[in-house]
Design a protein around this ligand. Structure first.
Ligand SMILES: [Zn+2]
Length: 329
């Protein structure tokens, strides 16, 4: 371990690490820099870095030490965790796709063991086991993923960079229904919908990929576009197979390009929001797509509803068909 520490510190001098973290110290001597302390609140600089000894000392809060010590203090990690966090070699060896694949499988297994997760799904009208399996819907209870993946041999640094755990070492997804997001054959991200009071939507850092399950519908002459995965699941369950989802009303470049890759009619079924944001987004999208020769119809849902709540409130496929028939350009 001593060798690891020396190698790490040689590869990454403390000053360089601080600058990567946006620390703006000024040169104060031949081997000395001074700036505001990143470890405590202050208005006058009392944080010194000695580049020859590769250490820091703060005259304000009295903290001092080397790079590892700084990471421990600033990220609230143990010594071992700080080494993992800093070690790029530990990270490059890993395959992120395999990690997300294992995580998704783990969350899938959890779903049946947590009644609160199943009852949330049922409240959102999603109950068909075959569909739940096909979409690989899972549940992140929080508090058990890190232990599981660590046993599979994943280091703290790898889990941290994938965004699966927080700096404090706790699971990032906590009490969330999880949908894996794929690009081609590979899972590239996870979407977590809170079943509690936490912020409703959460993704891991990085790309969300293109349109959801695009491969299934790209050859369809008519495609229904929704903004949420629960909307998607509800429509699929109601028997509509030509559905895709943009994970929000703002399409990224990949998603927009996918919609333009062939002639088709697109039925945009965004939420009917009280503040009109869903309707406005649908209208703007229609204009942008029209330029590319894609004909767009806007599906007008009853006031305040989205495709998911439409079915939850007892409407059926027949009624949704009628909405598609009267959808306007
Ligand atoms: Zn300080």
């Amino acid at each position: 371990m001593g060798q690891d520490v020396e190698r790490l510190k040689q590869e990454l001098p403390l000053l360089e690490y601080l600058q990567q973290q946006n620390w703006t110290g000024q040169r104060a001597g031949r081997f000395e820099y001074v700036g505001l302390c990143p470890l405590h609140q202050e208005t006058r600089p009392s944080f010194y870095v000695n580049t020859r000894k590769d250490v820091f000392y703060c005259h304000g809060c009295g903290q001092g030490g080397d790079l590892i010590r700084f990471v421990q203090l600033s990220r609230q990690l143990s010594f071992r965790q700080s080494l993992d966090y800093l070690d790029p070699q530990a990270v490059q060896a890993e395959e992120p796709t395999a990690l997300l694949e294992q995580t998704a499988a783990f969350y899938q297994q959890q779903l049946d063991h947590y009644p609160e997760a199943l009852s949330y799904l049922h409240r959102r009208g999603i109950h068909e086991p075959a569909l739940i399996r096909e979409l690989r819907i899972g549940y992140a209870p929080g508090g058990n993923l890190r232990r599981y993946l660590t046993r599979q041999g994943y280091s703290f640094a790898v889990l941290r960079r994938a965004g699966l755990i927080n700096a404090q070492g706790t699971d990032a997804l906590y009490q969330r229904i999880v949908f894996p997001l794929s690009q081609g054959e590979h899972i590239v991200n996870l979407y977590g919908r809170s079943i509690g009071v936490a912020f409703a939507h959460r993704f891991l850092p990085g790309s969300k990929g293109g349109l959801y399950a695009w491969k299934k519908v790209r050859h369809c002459s008519a495609v229904i576009l929704v903004e949420g995965l629960f909307d998607y699941a509800a429509l699929r369950q109601a028997g509509f197979s030509n559905v895709t989802c943009s994970l929000g009303t703002h399409l990224n470049t990949d998603q927009f390009r996918q919609l333009c890759d062939g002639p088709r009619t697109l039925y945009v079924a965004f939420d009917d929001d009280a503040n009109q944001s869903g309707q406005q987004a649908a209208e703007q999208l229609a204009h942008r797509l029209a330029v590319h020769g894609i004909s767009v119809r806007r599906v007008l849902l009853p006031e305040g509803q989205d495709p998911n709540s439409f079915f939850v409130q007892g409407e059926d496929a027949h009624r949704f068909h009628s909405l598609l028939e009267v959808a306007r350009p």
